[in-house]
Design a binder for this molecule. Structure first.
Ligand code: SF4
Ligand code: F3S
Length: 112
């Protein structure tokens, strides 16, 4: 198994998660992060750290799409281990549904 980042990270991107990961397996897109499923050691430490509750174990049902998104973009986006400021309007998007369809960006973030 692995943990994965899901829809509510998009445009919230709080980045608290990157500070606690013992194996530095978060990767940064323009408006969300993903976890590299082959690097994650399933420690679960990041899950409660996310203010947007966007990190889930892939054993939860219905997350196949997100496992695919995390796998694909972890190999395309730069590694991130240091938290920066969240987007100024992050709170406006916290809890909105359908963010992948509306806002997902395949562009890489800046990384560390
Ligand atoms: Fe990192 Fe642990 Fe979260 Fe996996 S579960 S991404 S190893 S903090
Ligand atoms: Fe995203 Fe939550 Fe990390 S919003 S950047 S998964 S702390």
């Amino acid at each position: 198994m692995t943990y994965i980042v899901t829809d509510n990270c998009i445009k919230c991107k709080y980045m608290d998660c990157v500070e606690v990961c013992p194996v530095d397996c978060f990767y940064e897109g323009e408006n969300m992060l993903v976890i590299h499923p082959d690097e994650c050691i399933d420690c679960g430490v990041c899950e409660p750290e996310c203010p947007a509750d966007a990190i889930k174990p892939d054993t939860e049902p219905g997350l196949e799409k997100w496992l695919q998104v995390n796998t694909e973009y972890a190999s395309k986006w730069p590694n991130i281990t240091v938290k920066r400021d969240a987007p100024a309007d992050a709170k406006d998007f916290d809890g909105k549904t359908g963010k992948f369809e509306a806002y997902f960006s395949p562009k890489p973030g800046q990384g560390d």
